[in-house]
Design a protein. Structure first.
Length: 129
């Protein structure tokens, strides 16, 4: 595998995460605006979508990379975590809390798992028997 195909694959996964997160944020904000629900009442839904988007982003990066899915998914999650940290630190002058480190650890595990599955599913479907 050439490194030329690895880093664009990671960026595809990162873009997928951001598109899913921004789309869900828009839908959730509209839902919260026009109903009497609060953020706390849909906390589990928000968390589930966050973990699902990390898995999908890792899956896409592994599928595009076609090799080293663990590394592709993990790098995707690390880039997302770094981007989140930079926005939080530079924009709000706050560091990660202990619970945020736990969430980002979960993101790393799910994106790496998604990368592994993405490589294996695309490798099996593209081979000729």
């Amino acid at each position: 595998m050439a490194s030329r195909s690895f880093f664009p694959a990671v960026l595809w996964g990162l873009c997928a995460i951001l598109v899913i997160a921004l789309s869900f944020s828009l839908l959730a904000s509209l839902f919260l605006t026009f109903t009497s629900y609060t953020e706390e009442s849909i906390r589990w839904l928000i968390m589930g979508v966050a973990f699902l988007s990390m898995f999908i982003g890792g899956f896409m990066s592994g599928a595009k990379a076609k090799a080293k899915g663990l590394m592709a998914g993990a790098l995707t999650a690390l880039l997302f975590s770094m981007l989140t940290f930079l926005v939080q630190f530079l924009g709000y002058n706050e560091l990660f809390t202990t619970s945020q480190y736990a969430f980002h650890g979960g993101y790393l595990l799910l994106a790496a798992l998604g990368g592994i599955i993405g490589v294996n599913l695309t490798s099996n479907s593209s081979s000729n028997y």
